[in-house]
Design a protein around this ligand. Sequence first.
Ligand code: ATP
Ligand code: MG
Length: 456
Amino acid sequence: MLEKMNAGREVKSPVAKTEKLMAVKGMNDILPPDSARWEWLEDKVRSLMGRYAYRNIRTPILEHTQLFVRGIGEVTDIVEKEMYSFEDRSDKHGHYDHLSMRPENTASVVRATTEHNLLYDGGKRLYYMGPMFRRERPQRGRYRQFHQIGAEALGFAGPEVDAELILLAAALWKELGLSDWRLEINSLGQPEERAQHRAQLITHFEQHADALDEEAKRRLRSNPLRILDTKNPAMKAMVESAPRLIDFLGAQSLAHFDGLKAILDVNNIPWTLNPRLVRGLDYYNLTVFEFVTERLGAQGTICAGGRYDYLIEQMGGKAAPAVGWALGVERVLELIKEQGDAIVLPVPDAYAVIPEVSGLPIALQALQALRAAGVSVQMHAGASAEGLGSMKSQFKKADDSGARFALIFGATELAQGSVALKPLRGEKAGGAQVQTLQPLNNVAAWADTLRTPPCS
Ligand code: ATP
Ligand code: MG
């Protein structure tokens, strides 16, 4: 199959068997200690989602290509040029599937909701975290495998749920220590209102045809709203002077928007109206919003969302309203770093110094008990014919590990059924600043003194 797909094409980088293999361009390894930041963020998100009663959903990374064509729209950057799509191997009848790596997760959430009839007993609040894939030009804040955290509320029509989602995001920024953001909102109204605006928009663009780039010309008939979303600075003036969708909204749409704004105002969430903020597809409606920062250069949108009351039906489900957002984890973490990062990177509570190889079995037994009691211990390792290394080199490693205590499993201590506990950083072990002996048969009695004090 690969041969068939690549007929007439050449492999870009033939890799000799001994050559060092590298990750795919635009796809990053997340390594310690940086991965601790990811875990820290994910923990905060889980805790917060729980407090808003949003429940976790996990959908497959591979889906039928058609899901994204229908769920995102044929005339979008993502579907036109960014998806990783391929033909699966064929079954015994020669039939095969067109599959794609998910470029976003809303379409999958809607599919799962419909497939499992999740709305049978009322609305559902869901959240997800995970990798998404888009074949874009890699640059700061823009990768080919990136990560999103998203929240979706399905089955609720009122502006209070739009507000709940925005308040949830604002609470998250607060917990992450982020203050450098701006909230932009807009309303896309309803399809009939958009149809009237669309006609005038096309007229406007036609009057400025010379200012349109190739992509805009192509989208003039298929998806003119999306032209407002252009990243081409040369089109900025022409886009600024375009008719505003917000001016075409009827009373009901405006009431929904006003309902949202009233809740945001009372909750001191500052917002600005951005009449050019759009989602180019018919099943998006009413509220759209973005959290933007100036501190990340061109890739300043950290979170984007909106209402999609017509999508579930469009995807073959029973009609139901819905609203959601997705944030870019890489951009949020970058912003946290930009603002000066207060994340405490993890260190073990204790480092186990093991002078003799013969001490290993008992040492591992004691460490097992300590870890069961909630203590984090890094064990000295690297035994060879010469043993486990000098005390000096082991203490150097203990120090480098950042641990607050050393546990010394020396032959003399083990012979007494004990281990020596030595504070490394001016800590007091059980009230004492000096080395003490602790019993191995009752680890629970002293494990507490080693454990990281709970964060205030
Ligand atoms: P952009 O305009 O920056 O391309 P988008 O409109 O394509 O964003 P959405 O599909 O709304 O983005 O995705 C939600 C969020 O996911 C974005 O606001 C951004 O934070 C993040 N995101 C999107 N694409 C990427 C990417 N290629 N790399 C890193 N983060 C991304
Ligand atoms: Mg994009």
